[in-house]
Design a protein. Structure first.
Length: 277
């Protein structure tokens, strides 16, 4: 079974568009501001993609371009200002950041109610404590995609490969909230295949093309591929070697077309939720 995300994303976007229209009619249209401090082409492409999506859904989306040489102090100041601006409902800080600037050092300036991508230490702490807040959209997309395809999480053993603050760590918390039993694997895990091959569900979120192959997956397991890597032909490939996993896994999410569209849809849903509050 192919765990595509296109229909789920469409359903989420339809709901978001309706809620955005209601907010606009009330005189308080949802407004997102993207803070950029780089000249990275991939980041620029992503910013343009978010702006187009927001426009289609009726969400106002502005950009604060600080330049690739911005200091940590300048980035924090911009984030504080936007967090204090009542006309701004959601703030997203784009990566990569300038050399020497650490995400945790600057993202702390994003107020939790506006941190729609859940990147600040406070937002991650709220998630770990089970308190209201925004989870990182990519991690949340894994759970939502599984639910959409009626994959049971409660009581299942999930092996998450990757321990980043964007996917691995927050996904651990989200899966625990669904009553899954979770093993988090990483670059120092000895004999990765011995662990992942015992899991009911394998989530690959490392950023290394082809890391997970058929020998990492037990017969009939569910495999969710979060990876986005540049392939030999310039296209996007995941962390899973789809050719060796197909036919062995019971279900596999495609790259592209799986987690990606759901992540963007959830970000936009977070924006209207922030505006509604």
């Amino acid at each position: 079974m192919s765990l595509t995300g296109k229909q789920l994303a469409a359903d989420l976007n339809a709901e978001t568009k309706q809620r955005a229209a209601e907010l606009a009619e009330s005189g308080a249209p949802a407004r997102l501001v993207l803070v950029v401090a780089n000249d990275d082409p991939a980041s620029g492409w992503y910013v343009n993609s978010l702006q187009r999506t927001a426009g289609r859904l009726g969400i106002e989306c502005g950009t604060s371009d600080l330049g690739a040489s911005a200091s940590a102090e300048q980035i924090r100041a911009a984030l504080w200002t936007l967090s204090e601006d009542p006309s701004v409902h959601a703030v997203m800080l784009q990566t990569p950041l300038p050399d020497g600037v650490q995400l945790n050092d600057v993202s702390v300036a994003i107020a939790a109610p506006k941190d729609v991508d859940g990147v600040s230490p406070l937002s991650l702490g709220l998630l770990a404590a089970g308190l209201p807040g925004f989870a990182p959209a990519t991690a949340q997309a894994v759970v939502e995609l599984a639910k959409h395809h009626r994959i049971e999480l409660s009581g299942r053993h999930v092996a998450v490969v990757g321990r980043s603050n964007v996917v691995g760590k927050p996904l651990l918390q989200l899966l625990l909230a669904e009553n899954a039993t979770v093993t988090v694997c990483h670059s120092r895990t000895a004999d990765l295949a011995a662990i992942t091959s015992t899991a009911d569900i394998v989530v690959a979120a490392v950023g290394r093309a082809g890391l997970i192959g058929g020998d990492h997956v037990r017969e009939g397991a569910v495999v969710i591929d979060v990876g986005t890597n540049e392939g030999p032909d310039g296209g996007i490939v995941g962390d899973v070697d789809a050719a060796s996993v197909t036919g062995r896994a019971g279900a596999l999410s495609p790259v592209p077309g799986g987690i990606g569209p759901v992540t963007t849809a959830l970000l936009m849903r977070h924006v209207v939720e922030a505006a509604s509050r």
